[in-house]
Design a protein around this ligand. Structure first.
Ligand SMILES: [Mg+2]
Length: 230
């Protein structure tokens, strides 16, 4: 194996490759709107509040939020309303799914530099592949490693270890690109990789911590700026 082949760039998906700002909220509100218009006996704000509570209790990756919503409100499941909610949610979300303007150019650039690419994502494997396929960027990636598959979420070291093993990557020559300071950047650095943060939630305290601990974390505004480092 050429030593260059050990260089892997791992990406997070949501908020990193894809612009997911407000995406789930808009889709949920559209779904609730149609469910209320078709007989769910609450006003839209109340119904949205109930749905948010269910999502908080069950987690966002639970697959049956709308089933539970009808059970809670009606005392029984209403299959027509559940189907309406699910399909509307799905359609709106897919319609809003879009890469950042510089995502595709950056992926092309990284491949041209000889990096191999993979995804490390806290999420459900098929759902995450679905996003990549819908955006037609799936062929850039050799592997998608998810928390569903590994049984641990970022920032746990195990998910990074599994990803490196699957990709036969050398952690010292590999980098994680994500938008979350703790999950993506600290997790990666703890597993021996370097990290690049883009569109991140990083605070001044986090920046001070990076400096104090001399962590190998770069903070960039835009995915297009990755080429200034790699
Ligand atoms: Mg993310």
């Amino acid at each position: 194996m050429n030593t260059d082949d050990e260089r892997v760039v791992f990406f997070d998906i949501d908020g990193t490759l894809l612009d997911t700002s407000d995406f789930a909220e808009t889709a949920r509100k559209a779904a609730i709107g149609l469910m209320v218009d078709n007989g769910l006996p609450l006003d839209k704000d109340e119904a949205y509040g109930v749905l948010k509570t269910i999502i908080r209790e069950k987690g966002s990756n639970y697959g049956k939020h709308f089933n539970v919503l009808t059970q809670v409100v009606l005392g029984h499941e209403d299959p027509m309303l559940v189907a309406l909610g699910m399909i509307t949610y799905h359609n709106v979300k897919m319609a809003l799914l879009r890469p950042f303007p510089e995502t595709i150019n950056t992926l092309i650039y990284l491949k041209s530099q000889g990096y191999r690419l993979a995804v490390i994502s806290n999420g459900i494997t098929i759902k995450q592949w679905e996003k990549l396929v819908r955006l037609n960027i799936h062929s850039f990636f050799d592997e998608v490693i998810t928390s569903e598959e590994v049984g641990k979420e970022k920032p746990e070291k195990l998910i990074f270890d599994v990803a490196l093993r699957k990709m036969k990557g050398n952690p010292e020559k590999s980098v994680m690109i994500g938008n979350k300071f703790k999950a993506d950047a600290l997790g990666a650095v703890n597993a021996g990789l370097s990290a690049i943060l883009i569109n991140s939630d990083i605070t001044e305290d986090d920046r001070a911590y990076i400096k104090k601990e001399q962590l190998d974390i770069h903070v960039l505004d835009d995915i297009g700026d990755v080429r200034t480092i790699l």
